[in-house]
Write a new protein. Structure first.
Lengths: 211, 281
């Protein structure tokens, strides 16, 4: 019985959202606000219980109460507290006089992530790609990949006027870029239609049991 | 108003209606259009197929949210069915906060259907925030990132996790994501640890992932509902992916016709206007 009720609520909300295609209306507005509100509440609870509680609250406060054997000598108490405090400093942005303090936390956060990502991202997106595109011109596919790569790079080379051989390559690059955009658009259409198919499947199969 | 101008001024809600009908009809009258399996899907299938049964587990990171469910859940179901049918152990986890319930649902549905037992055939690690830190940490020691499974059981007490310490003990990771999580697995699992990674992504994202495939940083790729349908065909278990392909194909034909008709109407109207201006002059 519970499943039927929840499925029906889901179906009504689905129809409310799609009613926007006819025109904006209160049903759509209600569904939209419901999604925003529920999402905010859901994320808050998930992040608290999966992140803040096990990584900050439990290590810091349970040690004080003596419920958890972390041990002072291990330094775990401070290790948990420092990032917690840095997180709290982010909220100084609400107080204009001390808002600059939030930059410390942001600086550490951005610096940490940049450091973590620099090497693997460079390797994955640049080094490996250069290797993968340095191909022998022994097949039509390889020739197309190499010409497309050089043409696209030429199009984004702005230090010289696109004339002569550079102009030819740049114009070739535009063709490849357009093909790329076309492929992306085709995939985007497929993706959006898939979402519609998913909802129609939900309505016809899970809710109405017609198919 | 001539015919071209009428075409250009058509209320777009008629197009929405036509698309809605074109999606619904194949559910009642399936066309059974063929689904051809492409090399990226074949590669991912082979990678799962080569995992030894009842040994080192497949790590399936179900990193999608409800917004991308129709494209990615059929992939999850197909991969889980394939793995369970081959008696491959599966560790399920998620890097998306909204993915917890969806990952659990796909895992439990597939396990129940295939008669698998929790703890010996599959387990669920749940969600951990901090994508890059989680993936990097698991490369050193999974138990430091996920000390216990999603239900509070320490990993050391889960039979199938015995001897599974880090990526050295995991033959394949597959990330199913509608955001950059699949890329993060390439950056932080493949690059530093050499972990074999496969991906299933939404069709919108698929073109961004082909460079990783062609540079062998991904062992295989499923792109959108089409990728799911192909995998379903490979395991000979057509389900929601294949079911959606008829509607998908009809809509694609319809959109091609609309684009052509729109262009004919646009250029026709422009030509007509020029002729009228010339006559007036």
């Amino acid at each position: 019985m519970g499943t039927i009720i929840w499925t029906t609520i889901g179906a009504i909300l689905t129809l409310s959202v799609y009613s926007f295609l006819y025109k904006d209306n209160p049903f759509y507005k209600f569904a939209e606000h419901l999604v925003v509100g529920i999402s905010a509440g859901y994320y808050l609870v998930i992040y608290y219980y999966n992140f803040i509680d096990p990584n900050v609250v439990t290590p810091v406060f349970q040690l004080r109460l003596g419920d958890q054997a972390i041990g002072f000598g291990s330094g775990a108490w401070w290790l948990a507290l420092i990032p917690g405090l840095l997180g709290l400093l982010l909220y100084t942005r609400f107080f204009p006089k001390v808002a600059w303090v939030a930059r410390w936390s942001l600086g550490i956060y951005v610096g940490g992530y940049a450091g973590l990502g620099l090497s693997p991202v460079m390797q994955a997106r640049v080094i490996e790609q250069i290797g993968a595109n340095a191909l022998p011109l022994t097949s039509v596919t390889n020739v197309l990949i190499v010409v497309g790569l050089l043409g696209t790079l030429a199009y984004f080379f702005f230090s010289m006027k696109h004339k002569g051989i550079l102009g030819v390559f740049a114009r070739t690059g535009i063709v490849f870029l357009m093909v790329g955009f076309g492929a992306s658009f085709g995939y985007t259409v497929m993706s959006r239609i898939s979402l519609l198919i998913g909802r129609v499947s939900f309505l016809l199969h899970d809710w109405l049991h017609l198919v | 108003m001539n015919v071209f101008e009428k075409m250009l001024s058509i209320d777009r809600r008629w197009i929405f209606l036509a698309i809605g009908i074109a999606v619904i009809v194949p559910f009642f009258f399936p066309l059974g259009l063929p689904v051809v399996v492409t090399p990226p899907v074949e590669s991912l299938y082979d990678a799962v197929d080569e995992i030894h049964p009842n040994d080192a587990p497949l790590l399936l990171s179900i990193d999608y949210a409800p917004a991308t469910l129709p494209e990615l859940e059929p992939m999850a179901m197909a991969i889980l069915r394939h793995a369970f049918e081959k008696d491959v152990n599966v560790v399920v986890m998620t890097l998306h906060p909204a993915g917890y319930g969806l990952a659990e649902r796909a895992m439990l549905d597939a396990a129940e259907e295939m008669g698998q037992e929790y703890g010996t055939d599959y387990c669920f690690l749940g969600f951990q925030p901090g994508t890059s830190a989680v993936i990097l940490g698991m490369g050193v020691n999974i138990a430091t990132v996920f000390p216990e499974d999603a239900y509070g059981t320490p990993l050391a007490e889960i039979p199938m996790m015995e001897g599974v310490r880090n990526y050295d003990d995991i033959p394949l990771v597959i990330s199913l994501a509608g955001w950059s999580a699949a890329e993060a697995w390439v950056y932080y699992a493949y690059q530093p640890f050499g972990q074999a990674v496969g991906a299933g992504v939404t069709a919108v994202m698929a073109t961004d992932f082909y460079p990783y495939l062609s540079s062998n940083q991904l062992v295989g790729l499923l792109g959108g509902m089409r990728g799911a349908a192909e995998y379903e065909m490979k395991i000979d278990n057509p389900d929601k992916g294949v079911q959606g392909m008829d509607s998908q194909s009809i809509i694609h034909i319809m959109i091609i016709i609309l684009i052509v008709a729109g262009n004919i109407a646009y250029f026709g109207a422009r030509r007509r206007k020029k002729l009228e201006e010339a006559e007036a002059a």
